[in-house]
Design a protein around this ligand. Structure first.
Ligand code: GLN
Length: 450
């Protein structure tokens, strides 16, 4: 049924870069046969899933939304994909995204834009707009995203879906095409909080192939989501992330959601996180710095589709031609930014200062979590904006991430779920953040609000 739905709507929507029809059907039939034979399978066995194209999948093309990886078929699986395959979830295909996960609208994909199912002139958010649109358009009940600065939570907010960025280290990064390794974290995008909880349970866990992978046991997130109880929970509204710069309708939906939680017995308090105002600036130094290093391997020699220029085919000429034609404008912009920030003479002033801000943001979180269980803010400043609205102005695009980025800088988990409709009837999201290792609280508060 989901493959039929993809056939019917994805020609316009463009949520998928690749549909793995045969494999999905094969897994689905295998699940049926095993169940018929009385075998007990994972509870998500047979539930189809879409995977963001920045996650490598053995035998299924993987491009990260970039021309430079066009036609690449990975010889191995990301650890999270291995877990999905072992549990026998049919993989429907790979979803569209901003090139190398850099963006907030999916407009920077080398393979065309993805439409928002809520309005064809609207962006589906980014960078994981394909995963979120697939879920919102009923092409897939479950999807995988990655969140470096908001790329699971913001697209979820833009499409009326649920998105979770787990605690850094909760889900293995082995097999994610790295953007900014100290910030990247994979997680679920789904239609309900409980679905996210169950998918998170499946993909989390220690992995010796990822040196930053946590050893803690994985909590029963699904049970926490079903509890639907916030009595006595202290919810802190982040003062720096509710006023100026947030659209009136987004703020109204946010306040209404808080009122519902208060009625259910939660206590709402205001907390200050004064250093959050520097988080966006710090992120846009740290993220490009790490990305400029991570993307150096795509040079046509080690990785990437090799382009040999006519005339002198020296190594340098091949690298120049490959990277010149293979990378899009946003990727080049960030490689330049990052290379500059890391260069001798500027390193301390830019990268060094940004790392200090990162510590200050972590301290703001630590101080806030001394008095509250979770923090809350709108997920993004506006509902889904129009194609082209922010495309020519990188700063306007970057500002979209103002509320999501602090969690990545600190490694703490966050969830976005629908708060109602904002301007023009476009969905808006509310975000909750919890201390590291307390992801279960997100499912409790999310489950209660849903
Ligand atoms: N929009 C942010 C950026 O462009 C976040 C991207 C992400 O989380 N992958 O960097």
């Amino acid at each position: 049924a989901h493959l039929d739905r993809i056939d019917a709507v994805d020609g316009d929507l463009n949520a998928f870069l690749h549909v793995s029809r045969e494999e999905a059907l094969e897994v689905a039939r295998d699940v049926d046969a095993r169940r018929a034979a009385g075998e007990t399978l994972h509870r998500l066995a047979g539930v189809p899933i879409a995977v963001k194209d920045v996650v490598v999948t053995r035998g299924i093309p993987t491009t990260a939304g970039s021309k430079i990886l066009e036609g690449w078929v990975p010889p191995y699986d990301a650890t999270l994909v291995e877990k999905i395959r072992d549990a026998r979830l049919p993989i429907l295909g790979k979803t569209n995204m901003d090139e190398f996960a850099m963006g907030s609208s999916t407009e920077s994909s080398a393979y065309g834009r993805t439409l928002n199912p809520w309005g064809e002139d609207r962006i589906p958010g980014g960078s994981g707009g394909g995963s979120a649109a697939a879920v919102a358009a009923f092409e897939a009940p479950l999807a995988i995203g990655t969140d470096t600065g908001g790329s699971i939570r913001q697209p979820a907010a833009m499409t009326g879906s649920v998105g979770v960025k787990p605690t850094y280290g909760s889900v293995s990064r082995y097999g994610l095409i790295a953007m900014a390794s100290s910030l990247d974290q994979a997680g679920p995008c789904t239609r309900t909080v409980e679905d996210s909880a169950l998918l998170h349970e499946l993909i989390a866990g220690h992995d010796p192939k990822d040196s930053t992978s946590l050893r803690d046991p994985v909590a029963a997130f699904g049970e926490h989501a079903r509890r639907r109880d916030v009595k006595g929970m202290r919810i802190g509204v982040i003062e720096e992330l509710e006023g100026e710069g947030f659209a009136p309708e987004v703020r109204a939906r946010f306040e209404e959601s808080l009122a519902l939680l208060e009625q259910a017995g939660a206590e709402i308090v205001r907390v200050a996180c004064p250093n959050f105002r520097y988080a966006l600036g710090a992120y846009y130094l740290i993220m490009p710095s790490e990305a400029s290093s991570n993307l150096a391997k795509f040079d046509g020699m080690r990785f990437g589709q090799r382009i040999v220029p006519e005339g002198g085919a020296t190594a340098e000429a091949v690298m120049k031609a490959t990277r010149g034609a293979g990378f899009g404008a946003e990727v080049k912009r960030r490689i330049l930014l990052g290379t500059y920030a890391l260069s001798a003479g500027y390193y301390d002033a830019y990268y060094g200062s940004a790392q200090k801000v990162r510590t200050l943001v972590q301290r703001d979180f630590a101080a806030a979590f001394e008095s509250v269980d979770v923090l809350a803010s709108p997920t993004a400043p506006t509902g889904a904006f129009r194609f082209g609205e922010n495309a020519e102005d990188p700063m306007a695009m970057y500002l979209n991430d103002v509320a999501t980025i602090p969690a990545n800088l600190a490694g703490v988990p966050g969830i976005s779920l629908p708060s109602g409709l904002a301007e023009d009837g476009m969905p808006a999201g509310i975000q909750f953040l919890a201390p590291a290792f307390a992801d279960h609280r997100l499912y409790e508060v999310g489950g209660a609000l849903e």
